[in-house]
Design a binder for this molecule. Structure first.
Ligand SMILES: C[S@@+](CC[C@H](N)C(=O)[O-])C[C@H]1O[C@@H](n2cnc3c(N)ncnc32)[C@H](O)[C@@H]1O
Length: 320
């Protein structure tokens, strides 16, 4: 795994096949229509959820889905025959009712002939506390491929085995290690990344400034989340595209591993931030949480891990 860039690349604002980095301001659908077919090995994004965030105008769920249908059709056209689309979504919430977006998105991809390979649960331990339903603690990554012949580099994303010393207890290989010397399959439940991302939130009250990657964007990807997708689903020099690229996390994940990265975002200030982050990455000054960094475990001695004096005598979490 090589985290060092081979060479410094200039940032282009329009796609061209010889470029390495493209940061393109504009409307996703309009820009997607200008891109050449069968080009991107990985299209990965977290689309606007239509929940009224600063960067989106909330519409009805039906209108939102219609718009996304057009986006998905275009994304499929530009995806390489051996390529993947990874769609990271959470919930649309209307008057307290929850609509899990992956349920709405799945048929849109399926109708176009894409094959679901995994529905990955990205679990995090902290977030908003609900009072009229259980607090939401996960989002989903839908991984679709364009065909049955697709790039999947499992060895590039293996994680350490829990019991590497486990041996075959019968058969021809009896007594030999039963696992894989490179580690185990990371599974479709991704917790390490989110734990780490979220754990910082507990320990230092200033949420936004705590995680080393945090910018003014309200919901940016941790680079590490996309690195896993890049390493598993693309090869060096392949193109990675994020059509709702925000502050450039997917582009950084791509170039960090010697892939070519493109993003589209209609917001000028996010484009500017994305360019600054990409350049800072290339200069070696961008702070990124390293891929695979061990998960931080609170010791219990931290001030925030202790029950406040005001609550002493009350039962915390009666079921546990
Ligand atoms: C959920 S955020 C993605 C954040 C991104 N994953 C990151 O790591 O920074 C969605 C992004 O879509 C952009 N956006 C919303 N509508 C758009 C449109 N029609 N065309 C292009 N970008 C759009 C917003 O500006 C926002 O940055």
């Amino acid at each position: 795994m090589d985290d060092v860039l081979n060479e410094y690349h200039s940032i282009q604002e329009q796609f061209n096949a010889n470029a390495h980095i493209v940061i393109c301001q504009g409307d996703a659908l309009a820009r997607l229509r200008q891109l050449p077919e069968n080009t991107f090995k990985l299209v990965v994004s977290s689309p606007p959820y239509n929940i009224g965030k600063a960067y989106e105008k909330q519409t009805s769920l039906d209108d939102y889905i219609e718009w996304q249908k057009d986006i998905i059709r275009e994304m499929l056209r530009i995806t390489d025959q051996e390529g993947s689309i990874v769609w990271q979504v959470g919930n649309y919430v209307d008057a307290g009712e929850v609509f899990p977006l992956d349920i709405y998105f799945y048929p849109l991809f399926k109708e176009l002939g894409m094959r679901l390979r995994n529905r990955i649960i990205w679990h995090f331990d902290h977030g908003l506390h609900a009072s009229k339903r259980f607090s939401g603690r996960y989002e989903v990554l839908l991984w679709f491929t364009k065909s049955d012949h697709y790039t999947f580099n499992l060895d590039a994303v293996r994680v350490p085995s829990k019991y590497p010393g486990k041996l075959h207890y019968k058969g021809e290989k009896i007594g030999q290690p039963s696992g894989n010397p490179l580690g185990k399959n990371p599974s479709d439940y991704w917790q390490i990344i989110s734990n780490e991302w979220e754990t910082g939130r507990i320990e230092i009250p200033n949420v936004k400034s705590n995680h080393p990657e945090k910018t003014e964007h309200p919901c940016q990807f941790p680079v590490e989340l996309i690195e896993r997708c890049v390493l598993a689903l693309t090869n060096e020099d392949d193109w990675v595209l994020d059509p709702f690229g925000g502050v450039g996390s997917s582009v950084i994940a791509a170039i960090k591993h010697n892939r070519r990265g493109m993003m589209i975002d209609r917001d000028a200030s996010y484009n500017k931030l994305a360019k600054e982050r990409v350049n800072a990455f290339q200069n070696g000054t961008l702070k990124i949480r390293p891929l695979g960094k061990p998960v931080h475990q609170p010791t219990g001695k931290e001030k925030v891990a202790k029950i406040p004096e005001l609550w002493l005598g009350q039962n915390q979490g009666q079921l546990l």
